[in-house]
Design a protein around this ligand. Structure first.
Ligand SMILES: *Cc1c(COP(=O)(O)O)cnc(C)c1O
Length: 380
């Protein structure tokens, strides 16, 4: 938690549940990534947190943007970004969105199928297009792999096809999976893409860009490698694959830029023990917060992302707990199997802070499930 957020929570005591984001921390992370990978142009993945203060700050720093929809493109334009600095990175786009993006001057589109390529040729003629390759997502705590990307062989054919269709076959992309905790994943992916890139150059294609995707992790409960370690591994792999003839490089960080800039402040609704240890629930202590799976903590599904928590009793004696949200839905459990412990003195009405919740929380919030209002947001 940044000092600014700690101060804000202490002085303002905003109603819970709420997300507080320190926009200066967003700027720090942007600068750190830029320093670590100076040759890569940063396309912030808007879906991680599309709040206007975040987009405006990043625009002022010269960031480009990776948008998932026409609506996100509009947000970037409202924040002052130029259309030429936006990439339409979703491989699944409605025709109406392609038409609007092209008309607005968005120059670059992702694809991973012949069918999407046809849509782009028809509705965004002459545009730069890049093909997303399927790569291993091992090591990622929030993997993306099965839904997106194509094989190297298919990508080879599709890139040649793009040229036939009058598009500009600009480059290749991959995504190693979100919250990627190993640097190996990038090295392996760059190796694959590098070989395909070389093959396409030899086939006479004017291909000139490699998009390294996102995936850079935020520190939650467990340690993760520093950004410099990722940069070192990436640079080594790029040198091995391309020598001195490096292509244009893009990165699309989402979580890394905003993750640890945010804190969710919540209230304990109930602490209970339902039954004794001979019963099915083991007599475990259950802590129910006023935010859960449907209040924005969607990435707790499968207990994939394990947030760190702060309570007023930190340092006191702790015991094992299950932690759940406030709705009448059985799936609204945050953690039951991940060995969470919370102070024994924790009581209903007290505050619990969930750290590093700046990414993939505010927009995952349901609108009115069980009547609960959407998560309040404060950008400071
Ligand atoms: C979600 C996404 C990103 C951002 O991923 P992070 O793991 O948050 O860095 C980048 N690129 C694409 C295409 C995405 O879908």
């Amino acid at each position: 938690m940044t000092p600014k957020i700690a101060q804000y929570l202490a002085v303002q005591a905003p109603a819970t549940p709420c997300l507080v984001v320190d926009v200066d921390r967003v700027e720090e992370r942007y600068r750190e990534l830029h320093a670590a990978l100076p040759l890569a142009r940063i396309y912030y993945a808007v879906k991680a947190n599309p709040a206007m203060p975040v987009l405006e700050r990043l625009t002022s720093l010269g960031s480009s943007f990776d948008a998932a929809s026409w609506e996100e493109i509009e947000l970037c334009l409202q924040a002052g970004a130029r259309a030429s600095d936006i990439s339409f990175g979703n491989t699944i786009k409605k025709v109406s969105s392609i038409v609007r993006a092209h008309a607005a001057g968005v120059p670059m589109f992702a694809f991973d199928s012949a069918e999407e390529l046809d849509k782009l040729a028809r509705h965004a003629p002459g545009s730069r297009v890049y093909c997303r390759i399927l790569v291993e997502n091992a090591g990622a705590e929030w993997p993306l792999s099965r839904k997106f990307g194509t094989t190297v062989e298919h990508a080879h054919a599709l890139m040649l096809q793009a040229r036939e269709l009058g598009l500009d076959p600009f480059g290749l992309s991959f995504h190693v999976g979100s919250q990627q905790t190993t640097t190996d994943a990038y090295e392996a992916a760059i190796g694959r893409v590098g070989m395909l890139f070389t093959d396409l150059v030899q086939a006479g294609l004017d291909i000139r860009m490699v998009n390294l995707g996102g995936g850079f992790p935020t520190r939650y409960r467990e340690d993760v490698p520093e950004i410099d370690e990722f940069a070192f591994a990436i640079t080594r792999a790029l040198t091995a694959a391309f020598g001195n003839a490096l292509p244009e490089l893009l990165v699309e960080p989402g979580r890394y830029i905003v993750g640890d800039a945010g804190v969710v402040s919540s209230e304990v609704v109930l602490v209970s023990r339902r039954g004794d240890s001979s019963q099915a629930n083991g007599g475990k202590r259950w802590v129910y917060l006023d935010i859960g799976r449907f209040g924005g903590l969607a990435e707790t599904e499968g207990e994939s992302i394990r947030y760190q928590m702060r309570t007023p009793h930190d340092g006191g004696r702790t015991g094992p707990v299950a932690i759940a949200g406030p709705t009448c839905d059985g799936a609204d459990i945050l953690y039951e199997r991940s060995d969470y412990r919370l102070p024994l003195d924790l009581a209903s009405g007290e505050r619990v802070e969930l750290l590093s919740t700046g990414a993939y929380v505010s927009t995952y919030c349901s609108t009115r499930f069980n009547g609960f209002a959407p998560l309040a947001e404060h950008y400071i």
